[in-house]
Design a protein. Structure first.
Ligand code: ZN
Length: 263
């Protein structure tokens, strides 16, 4: 049996196949180069479309700063006809039938809406080693009336020519005291409950002058404003007006009459 012998190719046919193989290699190499080039270019453009970490951190920060500046400006718009800015004095008396809902703070009645601020002020002050207390807070108009009548009787007994006027120098006429509003408080300390100028020199009096505004309270009858308030300097008498207004008034050194445009 003779074995199968493949037919021998001619020399020209062998060259043809060699040439074809070489051409295929060249095509494969060229295609590979093209694919790699496209891949590199694509990666570069992708990287360009995402900012680096530094850019991501720095770019939004400027817009955040702008927002932070803009927000408080809107928040400082204060409605000057709001309940906490109600002006009560000799020329702006409360109506006889005025009532207010009160809560008890340190044994005294105070407007329920402002009571938490008063409570916090006293707690924070005393937590710093002071001995702040309340001498007087809300007084109803009927109670003020009885106080006033008692003073008139005293004046009459003392032979005053104008008993009502004399009484008014000691006790505010009913409805004209901020204590009738429920937003005024007379402070004292365990060592000073005199309700006179000396309280301003106590550690508690000093603390109030520096910190009360943070809780929405102002020294209502400051030194140098007597011509406007018509009340002597009273370092013990504070009035709640809200934190935003208190901060603004403290910064501008103006009294409530000036702030609400009734000076
Ligand atoms: Zn007072």
């Amino acid at each position: 049996m003779s074995r199968y012998q493949p037919p021998k190719m001619s020399r020209s046919r062998t060259n043809y196949f060699k040439h074809k193989r070489r051409r295929r290699h060249v095509v494969i190499v060229l295609c590979s180069i093209a694919i790699i080039a496209v891949a590199v270019a694509g990666t570069r453009s992708l990287l360009r479309s995402f900012p680096s970490n530094e850019k991501t951190l720095s770019a939004p920060s400027s817009s955040v700063v702008n927002k932070k500046v803009a927000t408080p400006q809107k928040a400082t718009t204060i409605d000057k006809s709001s309940w906490q800015l109600r002006l009560v004095n000799n020329t702006h008396p409360l109506p006889e039938n005025f009532t207010v809902q009160t809560s008890i703070v340190a044994g005294h009645r105070f407007d329920s809406r402002a009571a938490p601020f008063l409570q916090k002020l006293i707690s924070d002050c005393n937590a710093q080693g002071h001995h702040l207390l309340i001498c007087s807070a809300y007084r109803s108009i009927s109670y003020q009336t009885s106080l006033f009548k008692t003073e008139i009787q005293k004046a009459e007994q003392n032979g005053a020519s104008d008993a009502v006027q004399t009484a008014a120098t000691v006790v505010a006429k009913p409805g004209t005291s901020e204590h009738n509003l429920g937003l005024a408080v007379d402070f004292g300390s365990t060592g000073n409950q005199l309700c006179d100028e000396s309280f301003g020199n106590t550690p508690e009096g000093q603390w109030l002058m520096q910190n009360a505004y943070k809780y929405g309270f102002i020294l209502r009858y400051p030194k140098g404003k007597e011509d406007i308030t018509k009340i002597i300097y009273e370092p013990w008498h504070y009035r709640y007006i809200g934190t935003a207004a208190a901060k603004e008034m403290q910064g501008k050194n103006i009294c409530l009459e000036e702030y609400v445009g009734q000076a």
